[in-house]
Design a protein around this ligand. Sequence first.
Ligand code: 6GU
Length: 227
Amino acid sequence: MRIDIITVSPELLESPFNHSIIKRAKEKGLAEIYLHDLREFGLGNYRQIDDTQFGGGAGMVLMIEPIANCIKNLQKQRIYDEIIYMTPDAKTLNQSTANTLSLKENILILTGHYKGVDQRIRDLYITKEISIGDYVLTGGELAAAVLVDAVVRLIPGVIGDEQSALTDSFQDNLLSPPVYTRPSNYEGHVVPDILLSGNFPKIEDWRSDKAYERTQQIRPDLLDDHS
Ligand code: 6GU
């Protein structure tokens, strides 16, 4: 998979993409990630990328031309399966979206800043808009890092233990059951007997029960969300 990201702060994204899972995916040739500095497409001597909004109001808006020029330039080189705009006024990212995106070849992500981008960019170029939750971040960069992590780890071969991505919390719309490791008795706090029993069908039943119980307690909304 190839992921291109248009941003006004490439430096904010360099570190997360050069560590951990994403680094491994890049090294194994399973993911390529390219950062594009919007400023390079800025207008005039000052490389202007934003301006005040029509109709008045606080905050600067990213202008249409620099973004359109950057997108058009990238589109000359390949066809994108999705052009995603990271913005708080969108549907929230969930596991199902991450799964779908992990199957794509080429994804382009646009991260906003300030008051957002000129609406015409969204109308003309964007095929999908994603928020990462009901709170406001200074810019879309950290949200893009979250999206890329959630997607890249699902590409087959990225995670060593194939099983592990499939049994994540949310993969079946349930939270994960509790997990334990040695020692089996820590100052009188013991691990549930069932996990030490060696009876694997029973252990699976116990895990399902606990996953359901935990979901009902903490995130009952997941149980009636069949989206
Ligand atoms: Cl995608 N961007 C910003 N700026 N804030 C957010 C967000 C995105 N998702 C949640 N909050």
